[in-house]
Design a protein around this ligand. Structure first.
Ligand code: ADP
Ligand code: ADP
Length: 227
């Protein structure tokens, strides 16, 4: 379990992005941070993998302070997916997905076999393996991003507005796919979105953030109060 305990992030210019946030992110479930632009969602996500350090407060995983382990060990346990997939433009789809296993020292054949398996898992036709990212639709690129994040089989997936740039019909398909993947693989997923409908659809738990970095509500979708 990831536990965020009294975490505040103040940027050097004085902006308080996250204000005294405390909550527990359950294992093997989808926890969604939702709220308007600028309410501190991305900052929160990035503090979990230490791309950003809290000003005060602590984050623990299974009771251990994340600052007490090597940052590379922490990051290897967390796949990361961003809005425009962030794919390597000069590498094929297969090589994009195989990159992380290769970095972990897997031989080429094994890494590529793993990449093929993941393409199937995220619903990408194998015929796309040798294409480059620009030759795929936005929705397909996001699937590649998810496959790449899953490649080393990390227990945690951090997802920052992963489906926001694709059209509504494609987005619905990606949401369904993520729910299926979560169900099959039991990942701990932390998902950031500004879309309350998306939060309610995919969240096991929903953290509603407000401008100023305040946590307004933290509850299962069915128990959220409307306001
Ligand atoms: P969200 O993901 O909800 O849109 P962010 O976490 O990106 O919110 O940003 C929260 C607040 O912190 C915003 O006011 C934003 O402008 C500010 N912010 C983000 N990054 C920085 C930074 N590097 N320096 C100063 N302020 C920042
Ligand atoms: P979506 O509605 O999912 O975003 P697009 O209209 O962007 O789909 O693409 C539809 C199909 O055309 C997809 O199968 C995609 O792989 C293919 N495609 C898109 N751009 C290119 C390209 N530059 N070269 C080859 N195929 C492409």
């Amino acid at each position: 379990m990831i536990r965020i305990d009294s975490v505040t992030k103040r940027y050097p210019d004085g902006t308080v992005a996250v204000d005294n946030l405390s909550l527990e992110i359950p294992d093997r479930a989808i926890t969604v941070f939702v709220g308007p632009s600028g309410c501190g969602k991305t900052t929160t996500l990035r503090m979990i993998n230490r791309m950003i350090e809290p000003s005060t407060g602590t984050i623990t995983i299974d009771g251990k302070d994340i600052t007490k382990q090597p940052v590379n060990t922490l990051r290897r346990s967390m796949g990361y997916v961003i809005q425009n997939a962030g794919l390597f433009q000069h590498r094929t789809i297969l090589d994009n997905i195989a990159t992380v296993p290769r970095l972990l020292g897997w031989d080429k054949a094994r890494a590529r076999a793993r990449a093929r398996e993941l393409m199937e898992r995220v619903g990408l036709d194998g015929s796309l393996a040798k294409r480059y990212p620009y030759q795929l639709s936005g929705g397909q690129q996001q699937r590649v991003g998810v496959a790449r994040a899953l490649a080393a089989d990390p227990p945690v997936l951090l997802m920052d507005e992963p489906f926001s740039a694709v059209d509504p019909v494609v987005r619905k398909g990606l949401q369904d796919e993520l729910l299926r993947i979560q169900d099959e693989l039991g990942k701990t997923i932390v998902f950031v979105t500004h879309d309350i409908d998306e939060a309610v659809k995919i969240g096991t738990m929903v953290a509603v953030m407000r401008t100023g970095g305040h946590l307004a509500q933290f509850a299962p979708p069915a128990e959220l109060l409307s306001d």
